[in-house]
Design a protein around this ligand. Structure first.
Ligand code: DUC
Ligand code: ZN
Ligand code: ZN
Length: 507
């Protein structure tokens, strides 16, 4: 009997047939597959979880890809014992900031080396940092400089988004379309921050380019003028401590901008991604749009699930450790964000890792930051703790299923940003990007155990259950039991256009 099956991955059909070879099964455990060549690695005895299935089977890896799923896969150069463990797609964190220019005198705490190292220890196989276009800069120049920083430094794979701060006709008409064709298929725009905020007409121009090119626009939705107004008023009243950062950008500031971004996207008829949603009122705008049939996608982050505005109350400058935008809110907002994850309003759970050192005059304790929260660098570290927090608070506490965990932490990111089916799942033909998890391990998060470049974690003391023990990138074990085992073999991955963001056929 000839047993063979075709797998279509990356548009190529993979014929896996080899009478007399080991027997295995495709992703769904249904079709037997035979294969002759020796495998490089077998992950044996684990429970394999994808966004849709949970199957007890072994994973065979050859030449950096998953070659077989099944039992009795035969011999391999290396056997990884995964008995009692979960075998998951390596996490994809589609929202991280590494080596990003952060204003005069401010230096981000992670470069590609430390940031991707922390990502690997946190169970991630790929992260997506932002290449920032500074005002007046060409996107090509910004990318060239950013690639130079990443080259030879990455422990996991990376794939860049662009930040558009200067949407000139040249940038939108010439540069962006060419870059989308080159695999930079997503870009972020800001509705706040000096030197970054785009006006409504500029947003419309960017959205229009996104519609023309099929790229996905990510939107930071906060109302810049409202924040400036509130900040000026707070400063005049002498309310300059870090906790007033949250007062200066309350929920209506985010809700209004979210609604405006959705309305502008509706005018252009283009899908958008609202990033780092922090509360139920902004989420309601998104759900409203989704229920009207719009392709409005959304992301939330750990800080909106386990931190609150009260964390900014620390003595002296301690609150600066929690300054990020949008700010953490209250318990009702946390509940709303959980509901968004549970019910599919949010497709993505990302870290928004944006690390600064605390005890550092180039970080949170910049001299100007002591004069007002206005100058405290915005952002907190989180790439290493994102997955354990979602696993523990989500799966272990029964809020989401294991399959939802995989979707929210890996598969949806790959689909949303044009990396699927190469990345984000466990399937024959996909890259062997895998994280093995000890679902029972109890860990108290502390700064000492982490590998990022920051000197603190906002999650200090948080107890979690479940931790990744092995992270693999394209078949290479990068971290194992708390040790780095492979050095800097991460690559930049060019992407297809998002399948989620395909243009509607309307009009
Ligand atoms: N927006 C982000 O996406 N990250 C950090 C700071 C910010 O405002
Ligand atoms: Zn942002
Ligand atoms: Zn961010």
């Amino acid at each position: 009997m000839v047993l063979a099956t075709l797998h279509f991955v990356r548009g190529r059909a993979l014929l896996c047939a080899a009478p007399g070879g080991s027997r295995s099964y495709n992703t769904f455990g249904m079709v037997p597959v035979y294969n002759m060549a020796k495998l490089d690695t077998i992950i044996r005895g684990g429970r394999v979880v994808t966004a849709s299935d949970t199957v007890a089977c072994d994973v065979g890896i050859r030449a950096g890809r998953i070659a077989a799923l099944g039992e009795d896969l035969g011999a391999a150069n290396e056997i990884i014992d995964a008995r009692g463990r979960l075998v998951l797609p390596g996490g994809i964190d589609s929202h991280v900031h590494l080596s990003q220019p952060s204003g005069p005198g401010i230096v981000m705490a992670d470069d590609f080396d430390t940031g991707t190292r922390a990502a690997a220890f946190g169970g991630n196989s790929l992260v997506m940092p932002f290449c920032l276009q500074e005002k007046g800069q060409s996107l090509r120049d910004a990318l060239k400089a950013y690639h130079a920083k990443a080259e030879g430094s990455c422990h996991v794979d990376v794939s860049f988004h662009l930040i558009i701060s200067d949407p000139t006709p040249q940038v939108l008409g010439q540069e962006l379309p060419a870059l989308v064709r080159d695999g930079y298929t997503s870009f972020k725009v800001f509705m706040t921050y000096q030197d970054l905020a785009l006006s409504d007409i500029e947003l419309l121009e960017v959205f229009s380019t996104s519609r023309d090119t099929g790229a996905l626009v990510m939107v930071h939705a906060e109302n810049y003028d409202a924040i400036r107004f509130l900040t000026d008023r707070l400063e005049r009243a002498g309310d300059t401590a870090p906790r007033f950062h949250a007062t200066s950008r309350p929920i209506p500031v985010e809700r209004e901008a979210t609604h405006r971004a959705i309305s502008l996207a509706e005018l252009i008829d283009v899908p958008i991604m609202i990033v780092h949603v922090s509360n139920g009122e902004a989420m309601e705008q998104i759900r409203w749009a989704q229920q009207r049939g719009m392709k409005v996608f959304a992301e939330t982050c750990p800080q909106y699930l386990v931190l609150t505005e009260k964390d900014l109350d620390g003595l002296n400058m301690e609150g600066a450790k929690y300054v990020c935008s949008p700010p953490p809110r209250d318990e009702a907002s946390q509940k709303a964000c959980w509901l968004g994850l549970e019910t599919g309003v949010f497709q993505l759970f990302s870290s928004d890792h944006c690390p600064f050192r605390y005890k550092d005059t180039q970080g949170k304790l910049t001299p100007k930051g002591r004069t007002s929260f206005r100058w405290v660098p915005n952002g907190i570290p989180g790439v290493e703790t994102r997955l354990p927090i979602l696993f523990s608070e989500g799966v272990v506490k029964g809020r989401i299923s294991l399959n939802q965990f995989v979707a929210l932490s890996a598969t949806n990111h790959a689909r949303m940003y044009g990396l699927h089916p190469r990345k984000g799942t466990i399937a024959v033909g996909a890259d062997a990007d895998i994280a093995i998890w000890d679902a029972e391990r109890q860990v108290t998060i502390t700064q000492e155990m982490l590998h990022h470049g920051s000197d603190y974690t906002p999650y200090e003391g948080l107890k979690v259950t479940g931790w990744p023990t092995v992270t693999m990138v394209r078949g290479k074990v990068v971290t194992r039991d708390g040790a780095l085992t492979e050095s800097r073999s991460g690559q930049h991955i060019a992407r297809e256009r998002s399948s989620y963001a395909a243009r509607s056929l309307r009009a």
